[in-house]
Design a protein around this ligand. Structure first.
Ligand SMILES: C[S@@+](CC[C@H](N)C(=O)[O-])C[C@H]1O[C@@H](n2cnc3c(N)ncnc32)[C@H](O)[C@@H]1O
Length: 211
């Protein structure tokens, strides 16, 4: 069921407050194996030199230097939490940071080659509008990578203590139902105990954008 505007605003504010107090958790050193799995996650986007990348729910920017290694022309980073982005701007001044809910960002249509969403998908309250907006901004044959370097089940361990709702990462059939209406084809799904990577490619079959 689609959440109301008030509900989206309320939960986003709870998340903003929560993540603003957690910035240190995202600083290196990261848990064992995570740096290598983050490299694998970014590699799965097959970023080409000169492309434009959007990191959704970028947080403090853990993916930004890994993305930069592929020499994209532009890196956008979007997050609800301004405090997270202060940290990101300080460490990665070459990334263009946007403090907003991904459902509302207004980058040009068909301007983005790659969208990364690491450890963020379960947190997005209005998934329909967010995926619709991502689809609108993406070029044909663009790649959307939804991932978590600790795997799908890690979210279960967070749910009990989380002050806001967290959704599960989708399995392949659910992902098809969720993303195909927005013009995505599921290209790859890795679902291991400590790694989740879903790669969806934007094709030309868009049935609906904004509702
Ligand atoms: C668990 S953190 C992950 C941060 C980063 N991607 C990483 O891997 O370290 C989730 C982030 O998603 C952001 N977020 C949640 N919902 C969002 C939305 N609708 N639009 C943009 N950012 C969002 C939160 O503010 C938070 O910084």
């Amino acid at each position: 069921m689609k959440p109301t505007k008030d509900e989206i605003r309320r939960i986003n504010q709870v998340q903003r407050d929560f993540f603003s107090g957690l910035i240190h958790v995202f600083d290196p050193p990261l848990p064992e194996g995570v740096p290598e799995r983050l490299e694998k996650i970014v590699a799965s986007a097959r970023i080409n030199k000169g492309e434009t990348v959007l990191d959704v729910g970028s947080g403090t920017g853990i993916l930004i230097p890994l993305i930069r290694a592929y020499q994209p022309r532009t890196i956008f980073a979007c997050d609800l939490s301004e405090a997270m982005l202060v940290h990101l701007r300080k460490h990665y001044p070459y990334a263009l940071a946007i403090a907003a809910d991904v459902r509302n960002i207004s980058l040009s249509s068909e301007s983005i080659d790659v969208v990364m969403m690491n450890a963020c998908y379960p947190n997005i309250v209005d998934k329909d509008s967010s995926i619709a907006n991502v689809s609108r901004m993406m070029k044909l044959n663009g790649r959307m990578v939804i991932s978590h370097p600790m795997g799908k089940s890690f979210i279960d361990s967070l749910k009990e203590k989380s002050p806001f709702p967290l959704d599960d990462f989708p399995q392949r059939s659910e992902a098809q139902d969720l993303f195909e209406p927005y013009g995505f084809e599921i290209q790859d799904l890795i679902d291991e105990p400590r790694l989740y990577i879903l790669v969806a490619v934007k094709n030309d079959r868009v049935e609906r954008y904004h509702e």
